[in-house]
Design a protein. Structure first.
Length: 147
């Protein structure tokens, strides 16, 4: 199966007043499961795709608030998918996750439109903090930003 979604769990201290949707695109089933469970437990609605083609198909009828994107996947690469996503959904921030430990990959991702870049294995709390910070900035009314 290419895409799945699990309901967010109620009662977590970090629960948000309006649930934010995060779509995870990673070919590693363990990473998908870990991220989905972690984010659901923190009050997000996390859905997953196993590759770029599945992600594009899912995104035809859905618009998440954030995308977590693996850079190294078979078929449509993360770099190619990043380009397509920034064209199709320019207002959706993308956090890139990668197992490649070179600075050039990070620079390419950020130049390609990614909001942030995390190297695997990454600290889940830190990643969620960056995700939350970006989503909170998006939610702030313009008047507050001008103050």
């Amino acid at each position: 199966m290419g895409v799945s979604s699990a309901p967010a769990r109620a009662g977590h201290a970090a629960r948000r007043s309006s649930l934010k949707k995060v779509h995870i695109v990673d070919d590693d089933p363990q990473v998908r499961k870990l991220l989905q469970q972690f984010l659901n437990e923190r009050g997000y609605i996390a859905s997953v795709s196993e590759d770029g083609a599945a992600a594009l198909s899912w995104l035809e009828g859905n618009e998440p608030d954030m995308i977590l994107l693996d850079m190294c996947m078979p078929g449509l690469s993360g770099v190619e998918l990043l380009r397509k996503l920034t064209e199709l959904h320019p207002s959706v921030p993308i956090i890139v996750i990668s197992g490649q430990a070179d600075e050039e990959s990070a620079r390419d991702a950020l130049r390609g439109g990614a909001y942030d870049f995390f190297l695997k294995p990454f600290d889940l709390e830190s990643m969620e903090s960056h995700l939350r910070m970006k989503l909170d900035l998006i939610d702030e009314p313009e008047e507050e930003l001008r103050s």
